[in-house]
Design a protein around this ligand. Structure first.
Ligand SMILES: NC(=O)c1ccc[n+]([C@@H]2O[C@H](COP(=O)([O-])OP(=O)(O)OC[C@H]3O[C@@H](n4cnc5c(N)ncnc54)[C@H](O)[C@@H]3O)[C@@H](O)[C@H]2O)c1
Length: 247
């Protein structure tokens, strides 16, 4: 039976790679983003016909928007089996310059967005007796980021905790909940944000394997965690940080 997956924040970067890899693995995919127009056009780049991929506007700050998206999927494809909480704000504001409102905003999108999305989909998964939730965490959430902002790193640490709580709660319901924690990933936005010489320095001097992860490889990790065969991995965090942190 064809399964259905929803990916948040998927109009670009890792989310788009995850949507593409899920499609290639045979899933019907809802490619969602706060920017509806970009979600729709990104969906069309993967599937012009719209039969296997749909683009939807979904602001993860709003629980109702998750409910509405789920309703669309149930009407269109009967159910949803996989939620990928990928959307995030990734500011790099220096510690003492982060205003309280900016802190709240990052927490609201990254941590609360993951929380409310997981609530809505866990309910659906419980009704159906099956489901997969994959949360995009980060090395910054494990180590306490330096280049990334304190709010970003804190939100990702919170996501790691939520991953375990949801995993434990639904472990006996054939619902698994896991996280993926990348170090630097070679998405276009990293090359836009970080000057080439600084990036080369990071790769050569801070990453033991001297390479960033490719988005497609991180997406493959997500697809593996999403698969029906991945029954015994839950509450886990899969690292892909080039050896920066070993535990
Ligand atoms: N790129 C990296 O090096 C890296 C490393 C570790 C973890 N991650 C994590 O991977 C995920 C994707 O990273 P990326 O580099 O592709 O990010 P990105 O900034 O390129 O893309 C994020 C997407 O989220 C969307 N978004 C922002 N606010 C939203 C909201 N309120 N509701 C819905 N969508 C919203 C944006 O429109 C954008 O399309 C994030 O969770 C990030 O923390 C990335």
């Amino acid at each position: 039976m064809t399964q259905v997956a929803l990916v948040t924040g998927a109009a670009q970067g890792l989310g788009l790679s995850i949507a593409k890899k899920l499609l290639e693995a045979g899933y019907r995919v809802a490619l969602t983003d706060v920017d509806e127009a970009r979600a729709i056009s990104a969906a069309k780049t993967l599937d012009e016909s719209g039969e296997k991929v749909i683009g939807l506007g979904l602001d993860v700050q709003e629980k109702n928007e998750f409910r509405n998206a789920l309703k669309v999927l149930v009407e269109r494809w009967g159910a949803c089996e996989v939620l990928v909480n990928n959307a995030a704000l990734t500011p790099t504001t220096p510690l003492l310059e982060i205003e309280p409102d900016e802190f709240d905003q990052v927490m609201k999108v990254n941590l609360r967005g993951t929380f409310v999305g997981s609530q809505v989909f866990a309910e659906h998964f419980c009704e159906r007796g099956y489901g997969r939730i994959i949360n995009m965490a980060s090395l910054a959430g494990q180590m306490g980021g330096t280049a990334s902002g304190a709010h970003y790193a804190s939100s990702k640490a919170g996501i790691l905790t939520l991953t375990k709580i949801f995993a434990r709660e639904f472990a006996d319901k054939k619902i698994t909940v896991n996280a993926v924690a990348p170090g630097p990933v070679d998405v276009p936005s990293i090359r836009d944000k970080v000057p080439a010489d600084k990036l080369a320095n990071i790769i050569d001097n801070m990453i033991p394997v001297k390479a960033m992860s490719s988005p497609d490889f991180i997406a493959d990790m997500v697809v593996m965690l999403a698969s029906p065969e991945a029954t015994t991995v839950t509450g886990a965090c899969w690292d892909a940080n080039g050896g920066i942190s070993m535990r």
